[in-house]
Write a protein that binds this ligand. Structure first.
Ligand code: TMP
Length: 212
């Protein structure tokens, strides 16, 4: 039960600049909860540390998928659902599409298989809108290497081929969920991407509730 909250998720390959843009968006809107996955609450941040620890090279792909789903469940129950029930706009940096693109497609576990474990985790709580920041993997990786303040995690260490597959995975998701997922070209400047994102959000969710 979402009450009158609005659930918006932000997705994209690593280095798309998603986090920078979401922070700007959150300042623009009232009554917003900004959060992220994996993490956002203590138990899920603990799981995040295990998943992304560069030392955990032995982690099996299915273990990885299950840990993301577990972190997602706890975060949804403790933070996202209560905020939606209070009528807030919830902006979430990554959600189930990340698992479908990264674990389902790029790791080769299968999107339907990964969706099945996520269905168990989220029940039927899917986003109202998903903004997908699209970037060429080469440009994304160059941005990551230039951003000195950013954590370098286990998935960042994957090769270019993996990041290409992640992008292909997102392209398949756009075909599968054309009404929910909106693509934004993330190769432009921060100002351009921010303006485009805000315009899309205003246009798409005005029919749910006016944005301030
Ligand atoms: P972040 O850098 O956007 O915080 O995300 C951490 C990494 O985790 C990023 O490389 C994407 C990856 N990830 C998955 O592989 N599956 C998931 O379900 C989520 C939420 C993130």
């Amino acid at each position: 039960m979402k009450e009158n909250g609005i659930f918006i998720t932000f997705e994209g390959p690593d280095g798309a600049g998603k986090t920078t843009i979401i922070n700007l968006i959150a300042k623009e809107l009232n009554d917003v909860l900004l959060t992220r996955e994996p993490g956002g609450i203590e138990i899920a941040e603990q799981i995040r540390r295990v998943i992304l620890d560069k030392e955990n090279t032995a982690m099996d792909s299915r273990t990885e998928a299950l840990l993301y789903a577990a972190a997602r469940r706890q975060h949804l129950i403790e933070k996202v659902k209560p905020a939606l029930e209070e009528g807030k706009i919830v902006l979430c940096d990554r959600f189930v599409d990340s698992s479908l693109a990264y674990q389902g497609y790029a790791r080769g576990l299968g999107m339907d298989e990964v969706y099945a474990i996520n269905e168990f985790a989220i029940e039927d709580l899917m986003p109202d809108l998903t903004i997908y920041f699209d970037i060429e993997p080469e440009l994304g990786i160059t941005r990551i290497s230039k951003n000195k303040g950013r954590e370098v995690n286990r998935l960042d260490l994957e090769n270019l081929d993996f990041h290409r597959k992640v992008r292909e995975g997102y392209q398949l998701l756009m075909e599968r969920f054309p009404d929910r997922i909106v693509r934004i070209d993330a190769s432009g400047t921060v100002d351009e991407v921010f303006e485009n994102t805000l315009n899309v959000m205003r246009g798409r969710i005005a029919n749910i509730r006016p944005l301030s």
